[in-house]
Design a protein around this ligand. Structure first.
Ligand code: AMP
Length: 251
């Protein structure tokens, strides 16, 4: 029987934009910079669409927790091929545990057989939400997926682990987090972008799910990485060796 897939997508600083730290060191400056869907989440949307194209899934629900502008991220997911979307609107940043609690409440309501999400968001690099959600829902998880195959009521997930690949088989319902090599996400075509404007997008608030999103963590300071020293060109191998010796580098 075809199943429902839930795909959480986060609006983040576009991966091509160089982050600038706010002058007071309280965080990254997001004013007037390009924001996009977290790249790992694009991979998750693509994988869900491929499962739908194979007839394994019949409905894809995209969900985002964030500001009103996260609607754009959801419209992108809809233009790629998701069927409907839920925006849980909140202006402050929500930590992975808060996101996982909201996603749990949505999963309880929607009962998806599969939740496909990014292994990490490239803004906080937390790599926590999928694992926390699996724990809260008490469902099996296949993280860092580079291949996903659904057969009957099971999903096989090939995982990228140190020094090779590991394949785990999970009973559905389950959670899969995507790694970079799982697939190459499609671009939304213009007709699909137009069609996406008419697809259903529901707006909710964290209170609708009775989830407390008060931060548990305090950011003490955010700093730029140290500026790299300029290099020098040497004229010969002998000069290079002499310089390395000066620096105390030995073979
Ligand atoms: P993280 O644990 O923050 O690195 O995020 C891992 C994954 O959780 C992301 O790739 C998204 O799929 C999902 N996620 C995290 N934050 C949000 C959010 N605010 N809205 C929707 N999905 C999210």
């Amino acid at each position: 029987m075809p199943m429902k897939i839930l795909v959480p997508v986060k609006r983040v600083l576009d991966y091509n934009v160089r982050p600038r730290v706010k002058p007071d060191g309280s965080g990254v400056d997001l004013a007037n910079v390009k924001m996009s869907m977290n790249p790992f989440d694009e991979i998750a949307v693509e994988e869900a669409i491929r499962l739908k194209e194979k007839g394994v899934a019949d409905e894809i629900v995209a969900v985002s927790i964030g500001p009103a502008k996260a609607q754009e991220t959801l419209r992108t997911a809809l233009a790629m091929g998701a069927d409907r979307a839920i925006l849980v609107e909140i202006d402050q940043d929500v930590e992975p545990l808060g996101v996982a609690k909201i996603l749990k409440a949505i999963a309880d309501e929607e009962q998806p057989a599969l939740i496909v999400m990014g292994k990490q968001a490239i803004d906080d690099d937390a790599n926590q939400t999928g694992q926390m959600l699996a724990a809260l829902l008490d469902r099996p998880q296949g993280t860092f997926a580079s291949a996903v195959t659904v057969e009957d009521d099971q999903v096989s997930v090939t995982r990228e682990v140190d020094g090779g690949l590991e394949t785990v088989r999970l009973s559905l319902p389950a959670i899969v987090t995507t790694d970079l090599r799982l697939n190459e996400p499609r671009y939304a075509s213009l007709p699909n972008i137009m069609k996406a404007k008419k697809k259903p997008l529901e707006t909710k608030s964290p209170a609708d799910y009775a989830v407390d999103v008060v931060p548990r963590l305090k950011t003490l300071s955010v700093t730029e990485p140290p500026v790299r020293q300029a290099g020098v060109k040497v004229g010969s191998v002998d000069e290079l060796v002499a310089k390395l010796k000066d620096l105390g580098v030995t073979a």
